[in-house]
Write a protein that binds this ligand. Structure first.
Ligand SMILES: Cc1ncc(COP(=O)(O)O)c(C=O)c1O
Ligand SMILES: [Zn+2]
Length: 408
């Protein structure tokens, strides 16, 4: 399959070749995700050829993606998102070298589009005509969006408590929406069973090995946008741990083909009320389910499906895991909005909340080169955003009323 050599189990190392219906390790079970490795010697990708094309989407890294077909047939722009220096945010944090990777500008408003695009193309290669995913909302909205653009049928299992704007997106895109009476973890299990029984391709985050492969383009872009000098530290919001592993894999593959010469450390930002990966990282590395309770719905995960890989990757990067409270997340949401003009959803700003905590603890120095990834748009959950601000009362429509109103 192109430049891919093998898929290997994160737990036992057993090697597999791609085949329809293969997701996790058959010996170790569904939590043992598979890593995709490439024959770097045979990959043709170089700085000059990349520099000759504008950084307009993620397909510039096709030689390092697990797709046989070199013609991409998704008519929406995936990736190619801005990396902002955010001068006022730098000032607020006392950091000289801070950048914000704004992945809210993907077609469905979240980083998930990077993975959905690769998985849809892979599903087609494998001969599937229908595709399904479990989702806290964003992965589903993303899959629905991109499936609509190519005319593929999709089925989305969400916890019935998912924020309404995300469900509205799904319905507008014409997906078969299945609001499950249960948690995200319940939706995940039902989706896996449904795919097995009904012959649909399964995009479940982490479980499908190509989700990490799609998400890795975010750090390839960061590296290229920084002139192939990767940052010292990248902070990533973490639920299932798939974005974190994707971010690591992007840097890892770029180093493999010689486009960068060193790897950054990663920081996992988890909600206090959903910290299975932090606990495994600080403990014996084994993922155990936790009780979840956070308003950051996109990172509210009891049993992270990509947890084992994420913990390995965090350790390999010399990184760490940080938890943030809902209050800290809401403060970060306001800070990002007011000092950078960017509106992230609660999960989407968890990396900034973690950065604030690390700065206050003295764990990040003022000259460190730091990137935070904003993973999802605030418009996807205005209910949470409204908890961090005060809605002013209506203003009588007169200049006198305006004069007597306290102006900010
Ligand atoms: C906006 C946003 N941020 C972060 C995450 C966490 O990603 P992962 O589950 O891969 O850790 C998600 C996942 O749904 C998300 O939608
Ligand atoms: Zn295994």
């Amino acid at each position: 399959m192109g430049n891919v050599i093998s898929l290997s189990c994160v737990l036992c190392g057993k090697l597999y070749e791609e085949s329809p219906g293969l997701y996790a390790c058959l010996a170790c079970g569904d939590l043992a995700t598979l890593r995709v490795s490439y024959d770097y010697e045979s990959v043709t990708i170089g700085r000059e050829s990349l520099a000759s094309q504008p950084l307009s989407d993620q397909w510039r890294y096709l030689p390092l993606l697990p797709l046989r077909n070199r013609k991409v047939s998704i008519p929406l722009r995936i990736g190619g998102t801005p990396l902002y220096p955010a001068p006022r945010l730098r000032q607020a944090l006392g950091l000289q070298h801070l950048w914000v990777k704004d992945d809210t500008s993907n077609p469905s408003g979240s980083l998930k589009d990077r993975a959905s695009a690769v998985v849809i193309l892979k599903g087609r290669e494998l001969g599937y005509s229908e595709i399904a995913t479990a989702s806290t909302g964003n992965a589903g909205a993303s899959l629905a969006c991109l499936c609509a653009s190519v005319g593929m049928r999709c089925h989305i299992f969400v916890p019935k408590s998912a924020p309404l704007p995300k469900l509205a997106q799904l319905l507008i895109f014409g997906a078969n929406l299945l609001p499950v009476e249960g948690s995200y973890d319940d939706a995940f299990n039902l989706c896996t069973e449904a795919c097995r029984e009904l012959g649909w391709y399964n995009r479940n985050t982490g479980y499908n090995p190509y989700t990490v492969e799609g998400k890795k383009t975010v750090s390839m872009e960061i590296s290229e946008q920084m002139g192939w000098e990767p940052p010292d530290t990248v902070i990533v919001p973490v639920g299932d741990g798939c974005i974190l592993s994707g971010a690591w894999k992007g840097f890892f593959d770029l180093k493999g083909v010689g486009l960068i010469s060193r790897l950054p450390r990663l920081v996992a930002a988890q909600a206090e009320g959903s910290q299975a990966i932090k606990q495994a990282f600080d403990g014996d590395g084994k993922i155990r389910p936790v009780q979840v309770n956070t308003l950051a719905d996109s990172i509210s995960v009891s049993l992270p499906r990509n947890g084992a890989m994420a913990v390995q990757d965090l350790r390999a990067s010399g990184g760490m895991a940080v938890t943030v409270s809902d209050g800290e997340i809401l403060e970060a949401m306001k800070l990002l909005g007011r000092s950078a003009g960017l509106f992230g959803e609660a999960a989407g700003v968890a990396a900034l909340a973690a950065l604030l905590k690390l700065r206050s603890r003295g764990d990040i120095s003022s000259d460190e080169r730091v990137v935070i990834i904003v993973t999802g748009s605030g418009l996807k959950d205005t209910g949470s955003a409204l908890k961090s601000v005060t809605m002013p009362p209506p203003l009588p429509c007169s200049i006198e009323a305006l004069r007597s109103r306290e102006l900010h």
